[in-house]
Write a protein that binds this ligand. Structure first.
Ligand code: PLP
Length: 350
């Protein structure tokens, strides 16, 4: 049985969180002399001299209404990378606990584990990029605190089986973090609607992909309120800048534009796949539920180098397990995709 109390690190349980000036007073004062801000303003066209809302209340209200969750079931972070790091800091005792990842997958899970001095266990995906349940069960031990499931998965592009993930949530006594960075490009249902059924579920989403705001660094985690409370206790007090908060609020008012861009990206993805199929050096294009495609070629290193010479950069995944010969290509704008394709034609001709 999952028991949050049992899996949180002792030092986090004992922690008295930092109490910021803005969280101690949130009324309508006229003069703020409480936070050692600069009352004279900023050397900019507008002022940023005040600390931002530590809990991003306005953003959470809108997201809560759209995703049918409560505001206290949402964490807003400095990218979902912040949420990934917080998972380690909240749940994993360095040098003792371990986490499970299912490679090939997003690289930051392993990097965050290493930074936090936490052992990584690996249960490789099957050859057709599905979860290997037997391998997962074999890898888990009493000190396994987290399992990262990336769906749609980076770099393979496919969604992982929903029923297998639900099974894992039922059987595993630790946290299952389902990373949905690319969910908006997929027809699969998000796991956000499952957070009330599974206290050990954490769903990660981001404004960096479908929302087109990677430069602002805004990510989300959805989970049971007790888990979100832990995130709030451990995060830096003002983890999301005023500029980022204001921009997200404006973007949330423009959801229709985001839906349009998603449709366009999906159309371009399918067009790109059709075109790449005809190239002689392309061995396989993996189906994608994301804004990128994984392409298996006869010589990934040579193609990568050729493209760099053409001032086009893709991600060379040749040395990643199960991805020999593969390039991961982000879907660009129509002119970008056309230039990319023409460059590949030139490579084919030489
Ligand atoms: C699967 C996955 N999760 C998370 C991230 C990081 O997202 P963010 O920009 O919100 O930190 C990425 C970025 O590429 C990703 O591929």
């Amino acid at each position: 049985m999952f028991d949050l109390e049992k899996i949180v690190r002792q030092n986090i349980k004992r922690l008295t969180p930092y109490s910021s000036a803005r969280s101690e007073y949130s009324g309508a004062a006229q003069i703020f002399l409480d936070a050692n801000e600069n009352s004279f303003g900023s050397p900019l066209e507008r002022d940023y001299n005040r600390y931002p809302d530590p809990l991003q209340t306005e953003i959470k209200k809108i997201i809560a209404a759209r995703q049918s969750v409560s505001t206290n079931e949402i964490f807003v972070g400095n990218g979902s990378d912040e949420a990934i790091d917080l998972l380690f800091r909240i749940f994993c005792e360095p040098k003792r606990d371990n986490v499970l990842i299912c490679p090939p997958t997003y690289g930051m899970y392993a990097v965050s584990a290493e930074i936090n001095d936490v052992e990584i266990k690996r249960a490789r995906l099957t050859d057709d990029f599905r979860l290997d349940f037997a391998a997962i069960k074999k890898a888990i031990d009493a000190n396994t605190k987290l399992i990262f499931i990336c769906s749609p998965n980076n770099p393979t592009g496919n969604s992982l089986d929903r029923f297998q993930i639900l099974e894992l949530l039922k059987e595993f006594d630790g946290i299952v973090a389902v990373d949905e960075a690319y969910i908006h490009f997929s027809n699969e249902k998000s796991f956000v609607s499952e957070i009330n059924n599974h206290p050990n579920l954490i769903v990660l989403q981001t404004f960096s992909k479908a929302w087109g705001m990677a430069g602002l660094r805004v990510g989300l985690a959805f989970a049971d309120r007790e888990t979100i409370e832990l995130f709030n206790r451990v995060k830096p007090p003002y983890n999301l800048s005023q500029i980022a908060q204001e921009a997200v609020l404006r973007a949330l008012g423009n959801q229709a534009a985001v839906e349009e861009t998603i449709d366009e990206i999906i159309k371009e993805r399918e067009k790109l796949i059709e075109k790449l199929k005809d190239l002689s050096f392309v061995e396989k294009i993996y189906p994608s539920d994301a804004n990128f495609v994984l392409v298996k070629t006869t010589n990934a290193d040579a193609i990568y180098k050729f493209l760099v010479g053409e001032k086009i950069v893709v991600r060379n995944r040749n040395n990643v397990e199960l991805c020999a010969g593969c390039l991961r290509v982000t879907v660009g704008t129509p002119p970008e995709n056309e230039r990319f394709f023409q460059s590949l034609k030139n490579y084919e001709k030489q």
